[in-house]
Design a protein around this ligand. Sequence first.
Ligand code: AGP
Length: 608
Amino acid sequence: MCGIIGYAGHRPAVPVLIEGLSRLEYRGYDSAGVGFIQDGHLHIIKAEGRLSSLKAKLEKHPCLLAVNGIGHTRWATHGIPTERNAHPHLGGDGKLALIHNGIIENYQELKAELLEKGYDFQSETDTEVLAHLIAEGRKQQPDMLHAFAWALRRARGAYAVAMVSPEDPGTVFAARLAAPLILGVGTGEHFVASDIPAFLPYTRDVVFLQDGEIVRINDCSWQVLSLSDLSVIDKKIQTINWDMQVAQKNGYKHFMLKEIFEQPHVIEECLSGRINLKTGTVSLPELQNLPIPERLRIVACGTSFHAGLWGQYLLEQIAHIPTVCDIASEFRYRNPVIGNNEMTLVISQSGETADTLAALRLVHAQKKTVLGLCNVIGSSITREADAVIYTQAGPEISVASTKAMTSQMLVMALLALYYAQRKGIIDLQALNQAAKLLKNLPGILQEALPDMEKTAEKLAVQFSKAKDFFYLGRGHAYPLALEGALKLKELSYIHAEGYASGEMKHGPIALIDSAFPTFALAFDDDLFAKTKSNIEEVQARNGSVILLTDRDVNPEKGMHIWKIPSLYGPFTSFLALSAMQLFSYCMADYLGKDVDQPRNLAKSVTVE
Ligand code: AGP
């Protein structure tokens, strides 16, 4: 997820762009850049690192005469965070400058075609491919607008793009497909941006652009056109009455709630380029040079450990790879014996967790292979692992991890399917069914979230007086129970314990009474009956129960049944996880806790 902004108006463009980017940094911050037209020439200034590095460079570069331009703050998906890979990217020999948020899925085939035509590439990005494609289009199209549309019609994937060209010195062109882009309508000035905060100080009048729309702005006009045939589209101006803080959360009360509701989009981004629906196959090019491990060890902390524990079930059940899961802080001091054909998978959203990084180094000290599963490109773990798979979840601002875990679980599912496919132990029909379901998951989750939030709000109020909670699950619901308990305790400070439900009779059930509720997960599978009988043991001791399930269950006294949609096999977990995230969010919000910055916690634990 990156932040883009375009400006055409009467003010010096670069300060407007920089100010706008500072309000979009929450969307990505590993490099930044601006492009503008001054004295009829195209200027590009970029810098690695936070926006402050770009500001320092701009102090040495006169740019106050430019009145239109584009700006970009990056969250790398293709190409590590360097100045070379920062946006904007030039098209042709400086015919245009382009910035982009999203992923062009067919960029390799387009790049091959452009290399054939003699284009030179300065970066590893998919964006530069699109920039050169527009330049190529300009050779046969009557003007830059037609060339822009021609190239975008050939691109597949997701994009919000903005472009400037010396050929149209006062104009900014922009377009969107499956990535946010909003038009800001000012007086004698117009804006395009990924999000409203970027231009909120200048105007509250906005036009929400839809997929397949192009927008052309200059100081005195704006126009929305259809990508397919460049016909003019009538659009309504709406006035936003959010304040800045609310705007950065896209209208959500907290970043955590915004990130929970971002999960359908995160699933799309995470799957992008990794599932081929035509062939029903999974592709993880990051692993193509690594042998299939005879044994897999997963090492992580906190929520990432729970994602790994969930993945263990799938890797053994689908890919038949013996898999163990370790908490990093234990692993690193246990003098573990790492087998010859064993691969270690370290999972870390931040890529900076001290214990997980230490685990990676311990495995490397034994000359064994480490695969990283991270969200932050260029982080320590990604630099030291032998191979890395990125979750592509975009920056996770809230300390409580939500969308990162969903994307980690998704990659674990893809990993299991990928290895089963490589080992030839999964039939094509089953692979197809799983691939189709994963592709449909974003829509199913998108539809389910609003009702889940309503149920979560109701239950949070009903259980807000609880001082203790059990979370129970069996099979792949067990790691989810651990995660549900972690979310509740780290957000609302209520004591919560996650347990394998079969363990209750071995001691914990002594705790159950009417003041100690249980949140039980039971999916519509062959373990349902067993978990149901554990729940009956809880009820027999006056314990109240919230049963989160995708099976139709008759209502019972003292039991709150939370029904969620049923998906194929373990994939109901994605819906159950969102439900528990919402329950802990609503509980913390109802209790007046600091949801995004819970006490004593840091987003990344970079010390032991
Ligand atoms: C989860 O809500 C917490 N923020 C915490 O457990 C986190 O998952 C853990 O610290 C691991 O962080 P990492 O994924 O960045 O390594």
